[in-house]
Write a protein that binds this ligand. Structure first.
Ligand code: MG
Length: 462
């Protein structure tokens, strides 16, 4: 059984997020620290990305943890997956001050469980309840926690990734890295260099004003990286979001690689090596499933959100199943041999390894993949849940999947309609291996959503 999503008040799909000085303040950060400190007993690792508000929010969070009896291990600026790697086996939990891909004015907190995965819904709801009802366990003066600073620990994470690959495997492969002035700037270029690559960098200074590009690695934002790749004749360009759990690629011709194709290519390579199950959200392109099955592997779908993917992978492995990899079609990929969370540096290193192993240019490997058309739309409404209920009846006769929202599955196409986890809107995704089928289905679903929306609005106003 796949974990069902639980409703959360403060925490979204990946932690608490907000605009600094408005909804994300040191006062809230202190409460998160106190709530986490009241739940956890022992040492909690705290890390942050490069955002200008990171130190201030971090100081408040750490104060809350210590006031409730936790010792704090401050590991400084590092990628979220590095913090997750350091928590496992060392700490009772972790907190990462980051707003991931959001613009510079945002910040937030991702809470990490003892096993290094993002905290699951049940524990998150417990922390939320403490915050909403101001219920904290403050300790006496003899039990107040202490802080230790160990920014050099990130080296363990770097070595953890190097261990996954043959030493010096990528001798003289030219690669370009754009960490976007984010947390990956001091890790990914170092990892690729130590694997033998000639790693060129752009936007590789830690800078929370993000002077080169926004933290979201979008095709528009990566034009400079694409220019560097073609000018330097690099094998690929790799770019991270703000906390470097995701990686997207520019191929050797300077083209942006769509993230489902990235997932499919890496899946193809791992599935050829070993057989087992791939885990991904229902929003992932069928391309990944097609590739996995053609290599003799199986796929399992989860609700949207990397935490559901990671937890399902852990469950399957505990049941004795072989889990090859997991991931989302947004450049966030999970490698169970390394750890059960999305890891951007691991993805960049895996791509280097694929290019060395195949001896083919990335553009050729991407062009060999089957073609799918995916269309994404969104419709603003505060009545997402009512709309989804109304829609259910419209498509009742069809093959439906309700893992997350409503997925309508047809022979050569599917459509997914779901309520956004973070904003008052409905997201529509449609995919087919034929463009005209995708366009027709998208029109049909959009019209059905609009009709359902009108009747939801009517019943709200009556
Ligand atoms: Mg991220």
């Amino acid at each position: 059984m796949t974990a069902q999503k639980m409703e959360k008040a403060l925490f979204g799909t990946n932690g608490v997020r907000g605009v600094v000085g408005e909804d994300m303040t040191p006062a809230l950060s202190l409460k998160i620290g106190m709530a986490l400190g009241s739940e956890v007993r022992g040492t909690v690792a705290v890390g942050r990305d490069t955002r200008t508000s990171g130190e201030s929010l971090g100081a408040a969070l750490k104060a809350g943890l210590m006031a409730c009896g936790c010792d704090v291990l401050d590991v400084g600026i590092l990628p979220t997956p590095a913090l997750q790697f350091l928590v496992r086996g060392r700490c009772k939990g972790g907190a990462m001050i980051t707003a991931s891909h959001n613009p510079p004015q945002y910040n937030g907190v991702k809470v990490i469980a003892e096993d290094g995965t993002e905290m699951g819904d049940e524990d998150t709801v417990r922390i939320e309840q403490r915050i909403l009802h101001d219920r904290y366990t403050h300790v006496t003066w003899q039990q107040v926690g202490t802080e230790m600073r160990s920014p050099a620990l990130v080296e363990e994470y770097i070595r953890g990734i190097l261990q996954q690959f043959p030493a010096d495997m990528a001798r003289d492969l030219i690669v370009a890295v754009d960490p976007g002035s984010g947390a990956g700037a001091h890790t990914t270029p170092a990892i690729l260099s130590r694997l033998g690559c000639r790693a060129l960098t752009i936007n590789a200074t830690l800078d929370g004003t993000f002077p080169g590009r926004l933290p979201e690695p979008s095709p528009e934002g990566l034009k400079d990286l694409a220019a560097l790749v073609t000018a330097a004749k690099a094998a690929f360009g790799a770019a991270h979001d703000g906390d470097a759990d995701r990686t997207v690629f520019i191929d050797d011709q300077g083209r942006y690689v769509e993230e489902n194709k990235e997932f499919a290519l890496i899946a193809q390579s791992l599935c050829r090596e070993r057989k087992g199950i791939l885990v991904m959200p229902v929003s992932t392109s069928t391309l990944v499933e097609e590739i996995a099955r053609s290599c003799g592997c199986e796929v399992e779908y989860t609700p949207v959100g990397s935490i559901y993917v990671a937890r399902r992978m852990i469950e399957l492995q505990a049941q004795g199943a072989k889990v090859v990899m997991g991931g989302e079609g947004n450049g966030g990929l999970i490698y169970p041999r390394h750890q059960f969370c999305r890891d951007g540096a691991m993805t960049a290193a895996t791509m280097a390894w694929i290019l060395v192993a195949t001896g083919k240019p990335l553009s050729t490997l991407i062009d060999q993949l089957p073609q799918y058309t995916m269309i994404k739309e969104k419709i603003s409404t505060p009545y997402s849940h009512a709309v989804l209920k109304n829609l259910d009846a419209v498509f009742a006769e069809e093959r439906l999947d309700r893992t997350d929202g409503l997925k309508i599955i047809r022979d050569h196409a599917w459509a997914l309609v779901r309520a956004s986890g973070t904003e008052p809107l409905i997201r529509i995704m449609v995919e087919s291996n034929r463009r005209e089928i995708a366009e027709d289905l998208c029109r049909e679903v959009r019209e059905a959503v609009e009709t359902a929306l009108r009747s939801a609005e009517k019943s709200q106003s009556s």
